[in-house]
Every structure is written in structure tokens, then in C-alpha cells.
Ligand binder design. Structure first.
Ligand code: ZN
Length: 146
């Protein structure tokens, strides 16, 4: 069984090879670290909130292709978005990753729908999002998927 056949669509390969917003963010107002012990993915998500808008967002870390691609797509999607809308999108993405159900306003995020068939991979795909949630609260604790 090739777990990756469903998952490694062109967009995921591209985001893994050339991750967007993969850098240290200076002057971040929010930041958190995340860890997925099941796979070993580590990530730091930082963003700058200004007037309730995510003005800039970036991530760093090391992990599998899915965790990296998901973080890359997430940061591309959230940049410039209202914080309230980003919170709502987290819920939608969580549903997408765990059930495969997508709404037509999810854009590139929907390429990750295939992960719901592989429970271990769901954590790789959602790590960046859980860490983003932690960053919203400026969590000092490492966000874990377990
Ligand atoms: Zn992973």
C-alpha cells in the first residue's frame, strides 16, 4: 500500500520543496512551538497581529513532507486574513483533515483532504494548525498532537 499516492499531489510536492513563509519572523506578536511525537514533526509558528488582522505569518522547523506542506499552505492562506476568520477556518480544516469533507471556499487547503484516510497523517497535516491556535494564545507550552 502506498500511503503517499493519494497525498502527494503536485501541490504538496511543490510546497514541500519550496515552502512558503519558511523563515524566522522578526517582531512577531504571537508565537508557539508544536510537536507531533507520532512522526517527529517539529514546528514553530509566529505571526504579527495588527488591527485584528494577521499581517504576516511564518513557520520554521523540521518534519515530514505533509507537515511542511500543510504549514506552507496554511501560512499562505492565513496571511492577510482576519484573526476571527482564521479561527473559523481552523475548524473547517480540522473537519477536512479528519473526515475529508470540504467546502468550496477552502482553495488549496482541500488538497489535504486525502489525509483523513490515514489517521497518523492527520496529525502531520493538523500540527501547523494546532500550533497556530497555540500561537493565538501565545502558549508557553509545546503544543502536542497527542
Ligand atoms: Zn509528519
Amino acid at each position: 500500500m502506498d500511503v503517499f499516492r493519494d497525498l502527494y499531489q503536485q501541490l504538496i510536492i511543490d510546497h514541500n520543496k519550496n515552502p512558503r513563509n519558511f523563515c524566522k519572523l522578526e517582531n512577531a506578536s504571537h508565537s508557539a512551538d508544536g510537536y507531533n511525537p507520532l512522526c517527529g514533526d517539529e514546528i514553530t509558528v509566529s505571526f504579527i497581529e495588527k488591527d485584528s488582522i494577521i499581517e504576516n505569518i511564518a513557520f520554521m522547523g523540521s518534519g515530514c513532507a505533509i507537515s511542511k506542506a500543510s504549514a506552507s499552505i496554511m501560512t499562505s492562506t492565513l496571511k492577510g486574513m482576519k484573526v476571527e476568520d482564521a479561527k473559523a477556518l481552523f475548524e473547517k480544516f480540522h473537519t477536512l483533515a479528519t473526515t475529508g469533507e470540504s467546502t468550496n471556499d477552502m482553495g488549496k487547503l482541500s488538497v489535504l483532504a486525502g489525509v483523513h484516510k490515514y489517521p497518523a497523517r492527520v496529525k502531520c497535516a493538523t500540527l501547523a494548525w494546532h500550533t497556530f491556535q497555540g500561537a493565538l494564545n501565545n502558549s508557553q507550552e509545546i503544543i502536542k498532537t497527542e
